[in-house]
Design a protein around this ligand. Structure first.
Ligand code: ATP
Ligand code: MG
Length: 424
């Protein structure tokens, strides 16, 4: 036998036994987003590399070490998108969706990051992202958070996620704070690990969310970003918190939450869980009022978030006990004999017409009834329809309850179809 070829490390197949859960989750999310008046946008998976460098920032983890970048045949540098915001902004500018307009957009699809694969962290993973353009007010930040809270309820995970919130202020405020933080950390160089030492010159704010407990302890005495915020950001944050309080959304203000991408300002937030070990962030986002202009558009406010679908799936599997997914097959049609097979095609088509929400599988691989019933059981169907020569001659169908809840019945064809339509 030839040597088999395997999937690329960190890039997973979603197998048939798992797709019903994915489809359910996607449908729930689509419904909730649509119910808030958001529209779907679909962007390419590959974009030109400078887009991400400019949007995300040259000295972020994502751009420095996580991008899948390659040259195409014309030596243009392309990148498999590591996130959706940059491409969404690019598309918005390119198609004139942003200038002087309000847009509430969402997308879902694969993202790519060259990371060390582990539970909840993959090289190809999926995000559902939401981006709102043209609204500067804190009301929209609040709407996004309310929307996510509704989503967690609909997914049955609301009791297992909590909201972390912060404001990182204007670029200028962050600049001032950055200097104060660096000055403070210069006095604690001895305890910084290599990663943090590197970040001290490249991206010092990221040191705030180090996992290193010793450094975290020292950071408790570091200057607080909140004390450096500009008035506009302070007011914006106060307004957001007031709406969330009013709407009964609980949150924790986490002064160390800064998020990994360069484009954020003012509001940043994360929904985190303790149920998934180290990969605890299921959703993260914030405001990025400078990004559109930075990418060549007219100045336009922006705010958005992205959630990791794999982590949400893991969380649903972990905590949502009441989830029951629709069966792949509801009715399995078995048959034996030339005429019976033709009649089976007819009956299966009629059933699909009468109950379009139900799933009807027609046996197609021959064999005796015993083999066919084995397949029917394996399919998960709750009813089998049986057609032999005798049934064809009498214009009847046998309806067999595969779960044994009701007696097997032989009914005239039309009546049997009616029975199934009502009872499946
Ligand atoms: P983390 O700190 O876990 O690396 P991040 O800050 O890099 O997350 P974002 O860029 O904010 O993540 O992406 C939003 C969400 O996408 C994350 O909260 C997470 O749920 C998911 N996500 C990010 N990277 C991965 C990955 N490699 N595999 C699976 N999900 C991911
Ligand atoms: Mg990351």
């Amino acid at each position: 036998m030839a040597k088999t070829i395997q999937a690329i490390r960190g890039m997973n197949d979603c197998l048939p036994q798992d797709t019903p859960l994915w489809q359910w989750l996607e449908a729930v999310v689509r419904r909730v987003l649509t119910s808030y008046g958001y529209s779907e946008i679909r962007m390419p998976i590959v974009e030109s590399t400078p887009l991400f460098k400019r949007a995300i920032g040259e000295v972020t983890d994502v751009v420095e070490k996580e991008m899948f970048t390659f040259d195409d045949r014309d030596n243009e540098s392309l990148t498999l998108r590591p996130e959706g915001t940059a491409g969404c902004v690019r598309a918005g500018i390119e198609h004139g969706l942003l200038y002087n307009q309000e847009q509430r957009l969402w997308y879902m699809g694969p993202m790519f990051r060259y990371e060390r694969p582990q539970k909840g962290r993959y090289r190809q993973f999926h995000q559902i992202g939401v981006e709102v353009f043209g609204i500067a007010q804190a009301e929209i930040d609040a709407e996004l958070i309310l929307l996510t809270a509704r989503l967690w309820k609909a997914l049955g995970i609301a009791d297992h996620v909590s909201l972390q919130l912060n404001s990182i202020g204007s670029l200028e405020a962050r600049h001032n704070y950055r200097q104060a933080l660096v000055d403070f950390l210069q006095n604690h160089l001895a305890i910084l690990d290599d990663d943090c030492k590197r970040r001290l010159t490249t991206n010092p704010l990221r040191i705030l969310d180090t996992k290193n407990a010793q450094i975290q302890a020292v950071l408790n005495d570091a200057p607080k970003l909140h004390d450096y915020l500009d008035d506009d950001s302070k007011q914006h944050f106060a307004r957001l918190c007031a709406i969330l309080d009013q709407m009964g959304i609980t949150y924790e203000i986490n002064q160390k939450l800064v998020r990994g991408l360069d484009y954020y300002n003012k509001t940043v937030f994360e929904w985190v869980t303790t149920a998934l070990g180290a990969q605890g962030t299921v959703c993260g986002g914030g405001r990025y009022d400078g990004l559109v202009e930075q990418l060549g558009g007219h100045a336009t406010s922006g705010v958005g978030f992205a959630m990791g679908v794999e982590r949400l799936i893991l969380l649903v599997q972990e905590v949502n006990q009441s989830l029951s997914l629709p069966a792949a097959v509801d009715i399995y049609v078995v048959h034996s004999g030339e005429q019976a097979t033709l009649q089976a095609f007819n009956v299966a088509e009629q059933l699909r017409a009468v109950c379009p929400q139900k799933n009807v599988m027609l046996h197609c691989s021959g064999g005796n009834f015993k083999k066919q019933f084995k397949r029917a059981d394996k399919s998960g169907a709750v009813f089998a329809v049986v057609i032999g020569e005798e049934e064809v001659q009498n214009g009847q169908l046998v309806v067999k309850d595969l779960l044994g809840r009701t007696q097997q019945q032989t009914l005239p064809t039309a009546e049997a179809i009616r029975f199934l339509a009502q009872n499946v």
